[in-house]
Design a protein around this ligand. Structure first.
Ligand code: PMV
Length: 318
């Protein structure tokens, strides 16, 4: 039996993070230059049925039976077995690797779950469609995020740019004009669970004020969808700047994020904002093609620990 490989890309949120948790629309795209992979090989000589897991990035090398039920890898496997109606799988070893920065707002947890679910269901001879991959990964996301909107697991399962509203099927963007994006990592990390909880506290204190901010962010996402589909770069840039102002009001920006955003804009970016949970993680900047190198250099000089280019082009391919 050959080795089975499941993969899933990273992702970046262009518009609408945090507001999406409160039912507002958001836009996310896959980032295929980073990915999670799950390799499965059968174990033929096991004395008892067993599943062996190794995940070198997190120093994990153990039998599945040693993991608690709510360990994200164990959860992804048990949900897949249940969905595929397999009680006792043949023995196998699973190796999980990822080039997606952990807790950086690039969907690493969701991509690892989708890669594992893809590999396990493939190994069982029952490969699951994208919707099932997204739904099962959503259950695992609850361990990472508490109350996730579902945007991360959806964009990495479908691997297409999406316009997303919580609890609704994703709408796929019809991109006819390419746009160039730069993702830069602050190196700071705050778990999304913590920033989502902080925003929830603010909303509980003043639901009227913060509810209005969420609605305004939702309107930006709607306008951004139009601008993205038309390739209207100046409008998109301004919408990013406005979105960042609202994210600052939600208190999820940080001095390092602000520094990188300002560096990108001073070097000629059309717009820039934090992406994902915030208080660290990544910024995303929109660039004209001939300004890319200048912006990347400025971001590195300002302290970015990693800079990634991504192109969003026709037919939604990134
Ligand atoms: O996983 P992250 O850090 O990209 O954040 C996801 C975006 C949030 O809106 C902050 C949370 C969510 O569940 O949508």
């Amino acid at each position: 039996m050959p080795v089975i490989v499941g993969r899933a890309p990273g992702k970046i949120i262009l518009f609408g993070e945090h507001a999406v948790v409160y039912g507002q629309p958001a836009i996310a795209i896959p980032v295929k230059s980073v990915k999670a992979s799950a390799h499965i090989a059968p174990i033929f000589d096991a004395e008892h049925a067993m599943v062996h897991i190794s995940a070198p990035d997190i120093n994990l090398n153990t039998a599945l039976s040693n993991l608690t039920e709510d360990h994200p890898i164990a959860k992804a496997i048990s949900l897949t077995l249940k969905q595929c109606q397999v009680k006792q799988p043949p023995s196998f070893s699973l190796q999980v690797t990822s080039t997606i920065p952990i807790s950086g707002g690039m969907g690493s947890g969701a991509a690892i779950s989708v890669a594992i679910i893809r590999a396990v269901s493939g190994f069982l001879g029952k490969p699951l469609p994208e919707k099932a991959l997204a739904d099962l990964a959503f259950e695992v996301e609850k361990i990472h995020h508490g109350t996730p909107s579902g945007i991360d697991n959806t964009v990495v399962a479908y691997q297409k740019p999406i316009f997303f509203v919580k609890e609704k099927p994703p709408e796929f963007l019809q991109i006819s004009h390419p746009t160039h994006w730069i993702i830069a990592d602050t190196g700071e990390r705050t778990p999304t669970l913590a920033t989502v909880a902080a925003v929830r506290n603010l909303h509980n204190e003043d639901p009227g004020f913060y509810g209005e901010i969420f609605e305004k962010i939702g309107k930006l996402s709607l306008n951004a969808r139009n601008a993205l589909e038309k390739g209207d770069i100046p409008v998109l840039g301004n919408l990013m700047i406005e979105n960042q102002e609202f994210l600052s009001e939600l208190n999820v920006s940080s001095p390092k994020l602000d520094l990188l955003i300002n560096a990108a804009r001073s070097a000629g970016a059309e717009g820039a904002k934090l992406s994902g949970g915030g208080r660290g993680g990544n910024i995303i900047a929109l660039s004209k093609p001939d300004h890319m190198t200048r912006i990347e250099d400025a971001l590195r000089k300002a302290g970015a620990i990693r800079v990634i280019r991504t192109l969003l082009s026709g037919h939604g391919e990134v």
